[in-house]
Write a protein that binds this ligand. Structure first.
Ligand code: AMP
Ligand code: MG
Length: 334
């Protein structure tokens, strides 16, 4: 573990260099977030087109906001009948259910009713009454998702249930984008789908990649530290992504399926570093909701997974294999 002070603006320059080099990178809004792919000198229009059409294909299958998506069709048939879906959607739901089980239900793709009750994804979020939460919470239960691998079909057994793949689909899309890059023989690249980052290949000078981690209390692209890594995915779940204040109280978008409220355990972000972005996406959400001790236990139970935990007193804990430098000295290692 290295602790060096580097002024944040170096990092911003580093990122601007990655992101703003015209033909070297492309940014589009998809999957409800800003998606940037950077291919440096190997960037070609046709390749960017392929990557972004694949991302849109995944969005069309898995978005809650598209009424013809697989997810919308599954949700509107909750308690009615199983729905056959694209094999990509089936795979993501199957993995989501796997991580639901692995995390003891902290990660739950059936979180939909709670997410919509709080209105956290829309323009008018609000804190619901305890009565409303109590009424809806029993619908949040991954055990009531029935999967049929032969028919690629998904059935939500209770009327009113709904899936929300917001905590895993971006990771899947990032993996899909990275696969296209690798198949195209791209030697180095950076995929960033709203904070789901994958770095591919080696940097030109063979030095490790330096990836800035969002300051959970800062503005967008305001980093508080840098991960030094080789070819990996770096995925963060944090309170900054979607939140609102009501009557002086702060609420964010990472819900505990156990009580129906935003997880309130002292964490403000969790970053997971590993090989598969879809898994890192599920695990960062799961570890956040579980809290530090149980989250760390989950992370350490899986080989090849590292994590950075950030707490509301600005302290930071990292697992053994992480090389992380704090660049904003209001943060500190515990
Ligand atoms: P992420 O930024 O990957 O942690 O995903 C957050 C999004 O996942 C939220 O905006 C919700 O749509 C959804 N979500 C919130 N809480 C949970 C949970 N406990 N399990 C699964 N998905 C969740
Ligand atoms: Mg996630």
């Amino acid at each position: 573990m290295v602790y060096k002070r580097i002024f944040p603006f170096f990092l911003i320059i580093f990122f601007s260099a990655c992101i703003e080099q015209g033909e070297f990178s492309r940014t589009e809004f998809a999957l409800g977030t800003v998606c940037t792919v950077t291919l440096y000198e190997q960037g070609k229009n046709s390749l960017y087109n392929d990557i972004f059409s694949r991302i849109r294909e995944i969005e069309n299958l898995m978005s809650l906001n598209i009424s013809s998506s697989d997810i919308s069709r599954i949700n509107s048939n909750a308690g009615i009948k199983p729905v056959s879906v694209h094999e990509n959607t089936f795979k993501v739901i199957e993995r989501a259910v796997y991580f639901a089980q692995l995390s003891g239900g902290a990660f739950d793709p059936a979180i939909g009713p709670i997410v919509s009750l709080w209105g956290i994804s829309g323009d008018n979020p609000r804190c619901p009454s305890q009565e409303e939460i109590d009424k809806i919470l029993p619908l949040v239960n991954w055990r009531n998702i029935e999967l049929d691998a032969n028919a690629n079909s998904v059935f939500l057994t209770q009327h009113g249930m709904s899936l929300d793949l917001g905590a895993i689909a971006k990771g899947y899309a990032a993996d899909a984008a990275a696969e296209i890059l690798k198949n195209a023989g791209i030697k180095r690249g950076l995929v960033d789908l709203g904070g789901n980052i994958i770095v591919i290949g080696e940097k030109k000078d063979k030095s490790p990649w330096r990836v800035g981690i969002q300051n959970p209390y800062g503005n967008r692209r305001d980093f508080f530290g840098i991960v030094h890594t080789d070819e990996k995915t770096i995925v963060t779940s944090g309170i900054y992504e979607r939140n609102f204040e009501e009557d002086g109280r702060f609420f964010h978008h990472l819900f505990s399926p156990f009580d129906g409220y935003p997880a309130d355990n002292g964490l403000i972000s969790v970053t997971v570093i590993m090989d598969i972005s879809m898994e890192a996406d599920a695990l960062s959400t799961a570890a956040f909701v579980l809290g530090y001790e149980k989250g760390l236990f989950l992370i350490e139970s899986i080989p090849g997974v590292e994590a950075i935990f950030v707490f509301n007193d600005r302290s930071v804990q990292v697992t053994k294999g992480v090389e992380f430098t704090i660049t904003d000295n209001t943060f500190f290692f515990r």
